[in-house]
Structures are given as structure tokens and as C-alpha cells.
Design a protein around this ligand. Structure first.
Ligand code: PMV
Length: 381
């Protein structure tokens, strides 16, 4: 995909008219709040430079987000290229990940080496709550970088171009992050139904039934232990998985079914796909060459109870899982009060320390007022 390989995005400092102009251009900062997302049709297996083996569809979350302030300064060559602080503490491991990400972005943002960067980041969800944070973290960084491009080159002025590029860039940091730059529902990856789709960036779905626009996602935290196998290793293991080809085809076949369910408000079809996708993801982990299990005994206990509750009440209450042990319980907003009561009575006891995140389909990333000065108000304890 040559579209975003642009050697012209280099700053010519001699063109800056006055010293004030030059100073202004040499440092600045942006701040974005960007959400996590939950895939209903899962992306699992990749190739080339962060390209998906199959298309995926996700909902953007609202309560689970990362907020990142990125400050940049003209590079002096004396300092570290990137410093990264998470919740007020320097995080060298994440800085190293960002540096690798920036290395991969040189053809897209040739100006990237002109600056040094200080980043300050917080997550709305408690650290170690087992919520995948790379989608929200990487999309926030991608959005800040696109703002820097827009400021210096006058490009990406219209929103469509801005978010498409942000999605392309976020994908290079973490595949699922490509879907986090849009609110509502998002799809990513080529499939036969729509030739305009691409593996390089995600797009927002527009035809969504109101009951799915307002869908609730209650995240039941069963364990906050660090994942024993990373998503990168999991994608890698798909390369030798005997079920891989069948799985990729299954995901492709499901796309038109899910699109139609989302459009018409067909909760039955939606629920069947959501639950089967979650269990398939975990079955693929269990059946890979180096088998592993990320579910917790309480994940299974909760799944059983959700199914029982559905049988008892006929309510559209379904579950999904990401690459971890926590259960995402999905249901229409109209039954929220009843479902919360059910959770208090029957599910909370299976959550570690009673941890629950009350989430829903979200509005997407929001640019925040940049704070170039004091960060203490930004840092949570
Ligand atoms: O974005 P990655 O490389 O961390 O992969 C995440 C994959 C899943 O979260 C398991 C599924 C998905 O589509 O988000």
C-alpha cells in the first residue's frame, strides 16, 4: 500500500520565516483520549506488515480508554528519543515498544526523527484488570502523530482523511488498534461483500440498528493476572495451526451474517456469532502447536450462568471474550436494570475483588486540550 509512503513529509526548517515561527514549529503537544474495542468477529492470525488473515468487526468501548499527552521537541541528539510515563511512573518497556513502532513509521512520517517525544499516559481501567490496552494506547499515539502531521504540513484537514490515516498508523502499532479510531461499530479487512474495504485500515459501519448502537457491555473481571502468552505470540501460533484455513474462511462467511444482524436488530443471530467467535478464539489457542489456556475456571462458571439466565428469562444476554479470561456480557440497554440485579445476585461473586466495568458502545476518540505544562493533574494515583 503505497498511499501512505510519503517522502515529502519532511520539514524544511529554512522555509520558516521568522525565529518565532521556527520556535513554534519546534515543539508542541497533542493529547487524545482513545477507547479500547471488543471484536465480535475476531482478528486472529496475521501476515506481512500487520495485515490480518481475515476480516473482523468490533464495537468501540466508552468507559475503557487511554488518555495520552504527547509532547515533542526538536531533536538535539542528546536525549532519549522517547520517554513514556504510565500513571506517573516511567515505563521503559513501553517506551521501547513505541520506539519500535516509530521505526516502522519512518516511511509514513519521514519527519519522525526530527523530534524527541515525551508521552504521559493513563488508562481509565485499573492496571492489571486484564483489559487489552494496546488498541487504546496505540490508537492514541497514532492520533497524536496525525495531528503533528496536520500542523506541520497542512495535510489531513478533512476528518475522513485524518481518521483513515490514523487507522492505518494505529494498525502498525497493534492490529486491533486500527478499529479504535472510530466510534460505534467498525470493520477491518477485505471481504467479498464490499470491494471498497482494505486490510490496511478500518472503516466505520453506518447501518446499525438503534438497539446495537446503544448495546451494553458489562466486563466481568475474573482474573487480573498478566497474560501468560501475548497476542503477538498467539497470532504467530496460528501459522502452524491445523484449523487455520477453515477458521479464516469461517470468519469471512460470518461477516455478511453479522452485518445483516447489526442492521436489522437480529439479536439471536448476533448472540450466536458472538459466543461462537469467543469460544473459537480460545479453542484455537488450546489447539495450537504450543497449546495454552487463557480462560479462568470462573470464566466458564460465568458462561454457564449467563446461558442458564438466558434460558430462564428469554432475554438477549450473550457473552464474548477477548484474548484473556474476562467475560464481556452483551445485552440491550432496555434490560440494563434487570441485568444489573442478576449480576449482583449471581455473577459478582465470580469476579476478582468484585471488579466489574460497566461499558457500552462508545463515541470514539476525543481530542483533549493539550497540557504542555504541569502534568500532575493528569496523573492518577
Ligand atoms: O491487536 P492485537 O495484535 O493485540 O490482536 C488482538 C486480537 C484480539 O483482540 C484477540 C481479537 C481482535 O480482533 O481484537
Amino acid at each position: 500500500m503505497k498511499k501512505y509512503i510519503n517522502p515529502n513529509l519532511l520539514i524544511d526548517w529554512n522555509l520558516k520565516e521568522t525565529e518565532t515561527d521556527r520556535k513554534r514549529e519546534r515543539n508542541g503537544g497533542y493529547r487524545w483520549k482513545s477507547p479500547s474495542n471488543l471484536a465480535i468477529i475476531k482478528y486472529w492470525g496475521k501476515h506481512g506488515n500487520q495485515l490480518p488473515r481475515n476480516p473482523s468487526i468490533s464495537m468501540t468501548l466508552q468507559a475503557a480508554f487511554t488518555e495520552t499527552q504527547m509532547n515533542y521537541y526538536l531533536a538535539t541528539g542528546k536525549n532519549q528519543l522517547v520517554t513514556f510515563s504510565y500513571n506517573g511512573k516511567e515505563n521503559k518497556a513501553f517506551a521501547a515498544r513505541i520506539i519500535r513502532f516509530f521505526d516502522s513509521l519512518r516511511p509514513v512520517f519521514p519527519f519522525i526523527d526530527d523530534f524527541e517525544y515525551d508521552m504521559y499516559s493513563t488508562n481509565s481501567f485499573p492496571h492489571g484488570s486484564g483489559i487489552a490496552s494496546s488498541a487504546s494506547a496505540m490508537s492514541a499515539v497514532a492520533l497524536c502523530l496525525c495531528d503533528i502531521e496536520r500542523e506541520h504540513f497542512g495535510t489531513l484537514q478533512d476528518d475522513e482523511a485524518f481518521y483513515e490515516k490514523a487507522s492505518y498508523v494505529a494498525r502498525l502499532g497493534s492490529g486491533s488498534a486500527a478499529r479504535s479510531v472510530y466510534g460505534g461499530w467498525t470493520e477491518w479487512g477485505t471481504h467479498e461483500c464490499d470491494p471498497s474495504l482494505t486490510d490496511y485500515w478500518a472503516t466505520q459501519l453506518t447501518e446499525i440498528h438503534p438497539s446495537f448502537q446503544h448495546m451494553k457491555d458489562m466486563i466481568l473481571i475474573t482474573s487480573s493476572a498478566e497474560k501468560s502468552v501475548s497476542s503477538s505470540a498467539g497470532h504467530q501460533l496460528m501459522e502452524g495451526n491445523v484449523y487455520a484455513d477453515v477458521r479464516y474462511q469461517q470468519a469471512k462467511d460470518r461477516i455478511p451474517l453479522l452485518l445483516s444482524a447489526l442492521k436489522t436488530g437480529d439479536w439471536g443471530t448476533f448472540g450466536k456469532i458472538a459466543e461462537n467467535e469467543a469460544l473459537t478464539l480460545h479453542a484455537l489457542m488450546m489447539s495450537s502447536e504450543e497449546s495454552y489456556i487463557l480462560m479462568h475456571p470462573n470464566s466458564l462458571a460465568i458462561i454457564e450462568i449467563i446461558r442458564e439466565y438466558r434460558r430462564e428469562t428469554g432475554h438477549h444476554v450473550y457473552f464474548s471474550l477477548d484474548a484473556g479470561p474476562n467475560i464481556h456480557m452483551l445485552y440491550p440497554a432496555a434490560i440494563d436494570i434487570e441485568v444489573r440485579k442478576f449480576v449482583d445476585e449471581r455473577l459478582e461473586q465470580y469476579c476478582q475483588g468484585g471488579q466489574i466495568i460497566y461499558d457500552q458502545v462508545g463515541i470514539g476518540p476525543e481530542r483533549q486540550e493539550s497540557d504542555l505544562g504541569i502534568y500532575s493533574s493528569f496523573v492518577q494515583s
